[in-house]
Design a binder for this molecule. Structure first.
Ligand code: ADP
Ligand code: MG
Length: 450
């Protein structure tokens, strides 16, 4: 049975994911219809619970199980190995901080603010400082700063996080206030249900008695006339009573097609602010914060490696970090640069991983008409020093090797390598000829990893 389940799983996830997670899982048996799987440690137990329960249950159902259930147990032997000195000790589960009590509007479980999404856990950078400042202003005086606050930006850049942060902040300061966070989808569904069940009065009462309404992904109002109509009235009722409204969207109001003009103009009444992709330093800071929240220690150069390669989306950034930590923990090794590179080989461009230091050395030597041996040697002539610095620079740019590893390759210590790379970086910035050389070399190497 288990091998069938594995086959099913394998078809539905990537190879790397499969090998990272499923290689060491042991079926322990079936207890009262529940499949018990043994996993290596508490960390992977949590990971399985949050990522693979559905998939495994689907696999079981696929094989005919009526009411599939799966549970996980930590295998004792490996648990001990985790405690050996020198092995990383990832936090078992990122223990959510207790969420402040949030006032329910009608039924319980409606208000679902993520306890992690607070201002404290939000890294402010040049990409999001305006949106952050606006959110803080609104949180400090709801209904009186900017109303509505409209936050837009691409997916995974922190819009939902900021909205929840306002929710937490307001609920702590004003425990009596009614706060509701809804996705535009669930607003639409509520409306459809209310219409179907003839409960429009209840629907209106509920939405119009909110003090702070957070509506996420409002771009999904596009093309939904009836929902737009109802939302228009909800908006007006709240706004007239100085109740705070915060909206998020993946684009500014003017770019939401088929949005009624009267709604669009209302969305533009308050403040419109955007969130951009974070730059390198902010990405590193976010990773650092993430590691701290999860109480795991990750070396700076690993954070930088991840931040260098995962550039677009913060959720992916966090996913990459978790993958690295998980990979190290499952293999009982310390988190370092090369472990991280291995764990992430799938999401890095293939060339970054495949390129070998010798290939790069040869290619640079070739370009300058010198021998690779000379570049590895001790010669101090300018004709050698520049190409040598370029080779170190290229290796650092195009591979995931650490400074000490590059140093070893050149029989030098890592500070010498660091100095050479810094020197070359400056030169390339100043000297347009050199900029071209670097571009050519890098292109050549990327195209034909020898
Ligand atoms: P969006 O709603 O824009 O798609 P989210 O708010 O869901 O994005 O953010 C995606 C993930 O990135 C969340 O886990 C969130 O906590 C995290 N995140 C986004 N921005 C920041 C930030 N500035 N600091 C720390 N974490 C962030
Ligand atoms: Mg969101």
């Amino acid at each position: 049975i288990w091998s069938n389940i594995l086959d099913y799983v394998r078809q539905n996830i990537s190879d790397v994911e499969y090998h990272t997670w499923f290689r060491d899982v042991k079926p322990l048996g079936v207890e009262q219809g529940e499949l018990i799987l043994g996993v290596k440690n508490a960390f992977s137990q949590e990971w399985f619970k949050s990522h693979y329960v559905k998939l495994i249950e689907m696999a079981m159902r696929d094989m005919g199980a009526q009411n599939p259930k799966v549970n996980f147990q930590v295998l004792p032997a490996v648990q001990d190995a985790m405690l050996l000195p020198g092995t990383p000790t990832p936090a078992p589960a990122p223990e959510p901080r207790p969420a402040p009590a949030v006032h329910m509007v009608t039924e319980p479980n409606r208000v679902n603010l993520n306890a992690k999404y607070t201002f404290d856990n939000f890294v402010v950078g040049p990409n999001n400082n305006l949106a952050h400042a606006a959110a803080v202003a609104v949180a400090e005086s709801p209904g009186r700063a900017y109303n509505p606050l409209f936050i837009y930006g691409d997916v995974g850049l922190g819009k939902t996080h900021l909205m929840h942060a306002v929710g937490h902040f307001v609920s702590e300061r004003h425990p009596h206030m009614r706060i509701e966070y809804v996705s535009t989808e669930s607003f639409t569904n509520d409306l459809i249900n209310a219409i179907r069940d003839d409960k429009m009065t209840a629907f209106r009462n509920r939405y119009r008695s909110i003090d702070l309404l957070l509506v996420d992904d409002i771009q999904f109002l596009a093309g939904k006339e009836r929902t737009q109509e109802e939302f228009f009235h909800t908006f007006n009722a709240l706004h007239e009573n100085h109740k705070q409204i915060i909206l998020s969207s993946d684009r500014p109001p003017k770019d939401i097609e088929t949005l009624e003009a009267r709604l669009r103009s209302r969305f533009e009444w308050g403040l419109i602010t955007d969130i951009q992709s974070p730059e390198f330093e902010t990405r590193v800071a976010i990773l650092k914060m993430n590691a701290e929240i999860r109480r795991i220690s990750v070396p700076q150069d690993v954070l930088e490696l991840i931040a260098k390669h995962v550039t677009s989306n913060i959720r992916e950034l966090e996913g990459a970090l978790m993958r690295v930590v998980a990979f190290a923990s499952l293999n009982n090794v310390e988190v370092n640069r090369s472990v991280a590179a291995k764990a992430l080989s799938e999401i890095f461009t293939p060339n970054t991983v495949q390129l070998d230091m010798n290939d790069i050395l040869r290619s640079v030597a070739n370009f300058y008409g010198v021998t690779p041996e000379a570049l590895k040697g001790t010669g101090r002539a300018r004709e050698i020093v520049i190409p040598r610095q370029m080779a170190m620079y290229m290796i650092r740019e195009l591979t995931t090797h650490s400074l000490p590893e590059i140093g070893q390759f050149f029989s030098r210590d890592h500070s010498t390598v660091l100095y050479a790379i810094q020197k070359m970086t400056e030169q390339i910035q100043k000297d347009t000829e050199l900029t071209k050389v670097a571009q050519q070399l890098s292109q050549r190497l990327k195209q034909s990893p020898m």
